[in-house]
Design a protein around this ligand. Sequence first.
Ligand SMILES: [Zn+2]
Length: 442
Amino acid sequence: MYRIIGVLLLGVVVTACGGGGGSNNLLGPRPSGGDTAKDPDNHDSMDDVYVLKTASAYADVLYNCALADDDSEFCSLNTLPILGMEAADPSVDDVLSRVLVSDAWMGARFEEMLREFPPSMLTLFKGLTAIVIDDDIRPAYYWQATGAIYIDPAYLWTSVAEKQTINAKEDYRSGFSDGLAFRAWRRQLYQGDYAYNWGSLSDNNPRSLSDAVLLSASLFLHELAHVNDFLPYDSYDQINRNYRVYQAIDSLSGGKVSDQLSTQSPLSSSLLSDLADVMFRGQSASAAQRQITATEAGYEFEADAAADMYSYSTQYEDLAMLFEVAMMKYYFDIDSEVAFVTPTANAQYCNDYTIGWGATNWIGDSEVKERAMFVTNRLLPDLDLTLFYQNMPNPFYALQGSDWCLQAPSIANDALSKPAFDAPYPVNPKDFERRPIGPVSR
Ligand SMILES: [Zn+2]
């Protein structure tokens, strides 16, 4: 039931994480951003990145290895090992030694984030070769051909000058759900309110460091889940370093962590898995799919054991969503609210959307929790999460038929531009955000 997005040719997969699959990238190396005709600014070039720490051990090869895009260019693990082969317990400086950026602020801000993140998160950087942050990347993704992650700087900026350097193109998957009768949404809440200000790329307002930390933590938890899914920590010793990253991944006898998850405890809904092809890959919806209501899709979701609708995209996104949602709760006490909503015609404001099914902290459902425990134990084996899971609250169901408005959200979010107390506000774009892309096929 899982679509293996890229077992073509060399079996290399890119995990496109901004909410879509990377499945339409079977041949092309990277998920391309938007339509260049519609968005002339979208040149999608990463050629302008440079190595942040030029004195680091692999500075000379980093650029060519991270930007390689065919077989004549991909690097072996002898040329550029994954970080965990060099640093069993990576420091912030170790991570920075693998970074390329297109703009100086991205390096500075990323370093600041690394120092703000909970220290145990540094473990998760072990499985990658490089981190590329470029003004043209949207959505973010992991590419198993290079073993690098490619990061959208929209998650990192704090000042207006910073965000003005970022390409404001749309995510290429926007609009994929338009033919359906419902939308599957998600928002991150802290004590019942929006957890952060997402911030628009097109206005003149700065964003706080704490907002950027939460946003980028969520992104990195997701991308790094992919990284360590493909190259589990306990596999390093058996890897032949003459291999390139994708060959190393294919050679692992124990497989990926998500192979084990989907064997032991697979998701079962083919209805949602088929809908994911429409929502995240742009397949046209069938007549039957167009009839499915928010409540029907929600009940189907409730009967299964996924953390998010995006989990149905691939087994990789299933794993990454479990990890991201569980760890945002553990590190920052942030609750994920998932909902299937029905839009009215020309819907724009929160009260234009009716909840057919919704739940906050759905990861507290016993079956979802069980699967999340498996994933977090594998990806952060040194962290004891026993009490965290024991004390995890049960899911809190939304009232069926209620709208998507939060009670008087306090957040100063321009995207919400709350006009007056309790008045309807435009829906926060982050609520229907496309998740970062998972492994992208070569
Ligand atoms: Zn992903």
